[in-house]
Design a protein around this ligand. Structure first.
Ligand code: ZN
Length: 237
């Protein structure tokens, strides 16, 4: 069955995409744009790329026109489609927070893979463990160069202004992005929507729960019209 495509226009230059995978997975990447930029936040797992392309087209854009790809953090389901999208838009610049960049570039072992390697060492899992295999295989094919390594409060001067906010916890170098003109927050996995409320990173998938809680409080301290969470979608505030 072909997954149904949905996109949600939040403001005149912000669109939340809904990327549904045949395995039931669902992602909410965001597009924002101005006269000279087309920006995508997060790229999904490698197998999701065809669905990303369809969703970008459903929103009225061409993936070839991407000028900037901003990655909220190092996880495979956020960086995995980047190389394939760069084949279509080879001049697009890739951004990530400076702390997570070495993991995305393969200079350090990604946090989630390192945790599985530990479990393997302690005998908790074997090499045939499906999640271990998925991460090990997946990451080996998607490491990429981060063109712009961002720091806290760094301002990007396109699409009405985008502010980088360091929100560690889910991973050591997770960042969220505040769209200055629309007052929308691109939360990645630092927040989730549940029962019409903004909650934190899923504890089972979190590197440091204490930092994650502080990061959620930081996100909530901004003057927000809404929050976009990669796995759980949009919350109007
Ligand atoms: Zn995720």
């Amino acid at each position: 069955m072909r997954p149904k495509l949905n996109t949600m226009r939040l403001t005149e230059n912000v669109e939340m995409l809904e990327v549904k995978l045949p395995n039931g997975g669902i992602y909410h990447p965001t597009l924002t744009w101005d006269a000279t930029h087309l920006v995508l936040f997060d790229t999904g797992t490698p197998d999701a790329v065809p669905y990303f392309i369809n969703a970008i087209k459903a929103a009225g854009f061409n993936p070839k026109d991407l000028t900037d790809i901003i990655l909220t953090h190092q996880d495979l389901d956020h960086i995995g489609g980047t190389l394939d999208l760069l084949k279509m838009a080879p001049n697009a610049k890739v951004y990530a927070y400076e702390v997570d960049a070495p993991f995305i570039e393969g200079k350090e072992m990604p946090t989630k893979l390192a945790r599985q390697e530990q479990r393997l060492k302690s005998g908790e899992i074997t090499e045939t463990d499906p999640f271990y295999h998925f991460l090990k295989e997946g990451f080996s094919k998607v490491y990429l160069t981060v063109d712009v390594k961002l720091s806290d409060n760094e301002a990007l001067d396109f699409c009405g202004g985008i502010t980088t906010i360091f929100t560690p916890g889910h991973t050591p170098g997770h960042a969220t992005f505040y769209l200055n003109s629309s007052k929308l927050m691109i939360c990645g996995d630092a927040a989730n929507v549940e029962a019409n409320k903004l909650i934190g990173s899923n504890p089972a998938m979190t590197w440091d729960n204490e930092q994650a809680e502080q990061s959620l409080a930081k996100i909530k301290s901004y003057n927000l019209n809404g929050a976009i969470c990669f796995h759980t979608g949009f919350l109007k505030l």
